[in-house]
Design a protein around this ligand. Structure first.
Ligand code: DGL
Length: 256
């Protein structure tokens, strides 16, 4: 069974990429919504949440973790995998996502991410390792995650916040990287704000890396778990995944 976690709804875009790649393993998806947003937390705090979330997934019986949170991967890139006492294999979204540029025509890419991910420079170093010729700029967009979590992805506020992030691009950006898994949920705004840039979702390479593991076939079931409001979470799961059959559960204080 695969475990996917995020601070909230963003990791659903990673789950969607797994399913789009015909990965039919059983999945438990954990949304740590009691602690969202992650992006403005300290490294020490993020490391504690990462450790707690991985332990929760392990206790839930997963045998592989597919990271659905860039901010957690960013802190792991600073402090190092594996995190304390965790022995299961982990697919790192930033390391895998950077492979999007291994053979690409792009010259200057803008990674839009949370403040903690930008601070880590994890994307710049991961892309630099596979495509040193690519010029990487990293731009923090702290307003976007709270807007998505509040159900305001289609609002004028979300549109304006995306425009503000794009306005910080230097000239010549030919690709945007969604360095936070919530941002593909705002894709329509990015398409309007930066019509000439390609939009790269690292989740596609993440799914490709999981596919390459050649996991045995599963039953394709998904269990969605939140440690916040289960009613709102269920509505969002149905809305963003189209999955009408997956079970939704809530737990109290599962993390931290
Ligand atoms: N969706 C997460 C990411 O990819 C975290 C967003 C947040 O909670 O700030 O970084």
């Amino acid at each position: 069974m695969i475990g996917v976690y995020d601070s909230g709804l963003g990791g659903l875009t990673v789950l969607a990429a797994l399913r789009a790649a015909a990965i039919d393993d059983d999945v438990v998806y954990f949304a740590d919504q009691a602690h969202v947003p992650y992006g403005e937390r300290t490294d020490a705090d993020l490391h504690a949440l990462l450790t707690a979330n991985l332990a929760w997934l392990e206790a839930h019986g997963v045998d592989l973790v597919v990271m659905g949170c860039n901010t957690s991967c960013a802190v792991a890139s600073r402090l190092g995998w594996p995190v304390t006492n965790f022995r299961l294999p982990v697919q790192d979204l930033i390391v895998n996502g950077a492979r999007s540029f291994a053979q690409s025509p792009f010259k200057r890419v803008a990674v839009i991410a949370t403040p903690a991910t930008v601070r880590s420079h994890a994307y710049a170093s991961a892309i630099g390792a596979v495509a040193p010729q690519v010029d990487v700029v990293e731009i923090a967009a702290p307003l976007l995650v709270p807007l998505v979590e509040a159900g305001q992805s289609e609002s004028a506020a979300a549109r304006d916040a995306v425009r503000e992030a794009v306005a910080q691009f230097p000239p010549g950006v030919d690709a945007i990287v969604y360095g936070c898994t919530h941002y593909p949920l705002l894709d329509a705004h990015f398409a309007l704000a930066a019509p000439h840039a390609a939009r790269i979702d690292p989740a596609r390479e993440q799914a490709r890396a999981v596919l390459a593991l050649g996991l045995p076939p599963g039953n394709g079931t998904t269990l969605y778990v939140t440690n916040a409001d289960p009613v709102a979470f269920e509505q969002n799961v149905r809305r963003w995944t189209g999955d009408t059959t997956g079970r939704v559960r809530s737990v109290t204080a599962a993390a931290k």
